[in-house]
Design a protein around this ligand. Structure first.
Ligand SMILES: *[C@@H]1O[C@H](CO)[C@@H](O)[C@H](O)[C@H]1NC(C)=O
Ligand SMILES: *[C@@H]1O[C@H](CO)[C@@H](O)[C@H](O)[C@H]1NC(C)=O
Ligand SMILES: *[C@@H]1O[C@H](CO)[C@@H](O)[C@H](O)[C@H]1NC(C)=O
Ligand SMILES: *[C@@H]1O[C@H](CO)[C@@H](O)[C@H](O)[C@H]1NC(C)=O
Ligand SMILES: *[C@@H]1O[C@H](CO)[C@@H](O)[C@H](O)[C@H]1NC(C)=O
Length: 419
């Protein structure tokens, strides 16, 4: 098998060309695996062939949420296997959130001992994390963790006193807590120490800082926060306070030599984030995310498209076709702007997903986005034409042990015996 390879220059932007070559080697291996065919008598063979192939987008991600439900290590490793089969190359690990904090920190062990669903069985130890990193690397997959703040941090508060904002009812604390307290110097000291640890645990040059869906009502109720707003000259505009917090966190992260990714909210609130910050679009229908992509790339930011691929949402029938018909570059902008779209991401949020239904909800539906991010958008391929290939691919996933759900009535025509 002779194969050609696109130049590794600038791919991925911050990664070394070694990293690119490593990923390409895995891609070659996977391309060869795809060529394996079976004779009538059951023997396997590969026909002589020549392949020239490369991805349209450098970032082809899947998000797993291990906070709303804990996912056992095995479920994550199995997902990485299936990702490699469809050439996804980024695992976005939304590792903690409001409901639970399963990451076992070396510096702050109370975060998981008090914030996880269970301090022993529902955590990721340092050795678990290393297993995920190695398993991913051997499959050409980067692991980008997300430690979302200042919102989505209820679970952080359990093991870290004085981190969250105490909410007030009238003139006294109500006993509940809001987002991380942006008015306290202690918050930034904690975040510096914590980010120092996690940026060293996860080697990828990108790091996801979240920054979405901050509810201002608790900040508004707190007299210390109000005094801080006044001191800083923010008036009554709490988006300025959120911006101030994120700017600090992005600065800390950039001093740790990482490129920050943040959710679109951070861009929507202000323009002071560094140009090299990557913006992750998650909101809206096509008209809205297209306009957002235009605005962000016009401002010179690199963009990651998540909005059209929230496939934790399910609908009766073949909803993969919606994912397939997305056109990431069909927005109003110059060629330079189009180059700033680094790729996209499929999200599998965990409100209604745990290890029992993760695989069938992801596969083969995620493959529609995988092809969209790999193949050239200008080669218009209809969902109609993709359907038989996707069906065959689903059978091949089953043979490899991935519990991929059916796409339509029918059966797999080989030795697969069913689950
Ligand atoms: C493999 O190659 C042979 C010889 O070129 C050809 O006759 C055959 O159709 C090919 N098989 C497949 C499944 O592509
Ligand atoms: C914000 O939090 C307050 C108090 O917890 C709650 O009443 C309100 O519904 C929240 N607002 C939004 C938009 O979620
Ligand atoms: C973040 O860093 C930039 C560049 O060094 C600096 O101008 C800015 O004041 C910093 N922001 C905060 C909130 O510290
Ligand atoms: C960041 O990179 C600079 C320049 O290469 C280096 O001096 C510094 O030690 C690095 N910092 C960290 C935290 O890795
Ligand atoms: C791009 O999207 C618009 C709708 O926003 C649609 O009318 C147009 O046909 C699309 N372009 C291509 C090449 O499909």
């Amino acid at each position: 098998v002779t194969m050609h390879q696109k130049d590794c220059d600038g791919y991925p932007n911050e990664g070394s060309s070694e990293r690119c070559k490593e990923e390409m080697n895995v891609m070659w291996y996977l391309a060869i695996v795809q060529l394996v065919q079976q004779e009538e008598d059951g023997t396997y063979f590969i026909n002589k062939t020549e392949i020239e192939d490369f991805p349209s987008f450098q970032y082809r991600g899947i998000l797993l949420d291990t906070s709303r439900h804990f996912l056992p290590l095995k479920a994550i490793l199995n997902t990485l296997d299936a990702m490699a089969y469809s050439k996804f190359n980024v695992f976005h690990w939304h590792i903690v959130d409001d409901p639970s904090f399963p990451y076992q920190s070396r510096t702050f062990p109370d975060l998981s001992s008090k914030g996880a669903y269970h301090p022993m069985s529902h955590i990721y130890t340092q050795s678990d994390v290393r297993r995920v990193l190695t398993h991913a690397r051997l499959r050409g997959i980067r692991v980008i963790p997300e430690f979302d703040s200042p919102g989505h941090t209820q679970s952080w508060g359990k093991g870290t006193p004085n981190l969250l904002t105490p909410c007030y009812k009238g003139s006294s604390p109500s006993g509940t807590f809001g987002p991380i307290n942006p008015a306290s110097a202690l918050s930034y000291i904690f975040m510096s120490q914590f980010l120092k640890e996690v940026t060293s645990v996860f080697p990828d040059p990108y790091f996801h800082l979240g920054g979405d869906e901050v509810n201002f009502s608790c900040w508004q109720s707190n007299p210390d926060v109000r005094a801080f707003m006044q001191k800083m000259g923010f008036g009554k505009d709490y988006t300025k306070l959120e911006s101030f917090y994120m700017e600090n966190i992005v600065n800390i992260t950039s001093n740790l030599n990482k490129t920050s990714i943040v959710w679109q909210d951070v861009f929507d609130y202000h323009e002071r984030i560094p140009k090299d910050t990557i913006l992750h679009i998650w909101k809206g229908l096509p008209a809205q995310y297209k306009a957002e992509t235009s605005r962000m790339t016009k401002a010179g930011h690199r963009v990651l498209l998540g909005a059209p691929w929230y496939i934790n949402h399910i609908a009766y029938g073949q909803d993969w076709r919606i994912s397939y018909n997305v056109q990431p570059l069909n927005f109003s902008g110059t060629e330079e702007q189009k180059k700033l779209v680094i790729g996209g991401e499929v999200s599998m949020w965990g409100e209604y997903v745990d290890a029992t239904n993760l695989s069938p909800r992801l596969w083969p539906r995620a493959c529609a986005a995988a092809e969209r991010l790999w193949s050239d958008e200008s080669q218009t391929r209809s969902a109609e034409a993709a359907f038989p290939r996707l069906q065959a691919f689903r059978c091949s996933l089953l043979r490899r042990g991935v519990r991929a759900e059916p796409l339509s009535p029918g059966h797999c025509s080989d030795e697969y015996r069913g689950i």
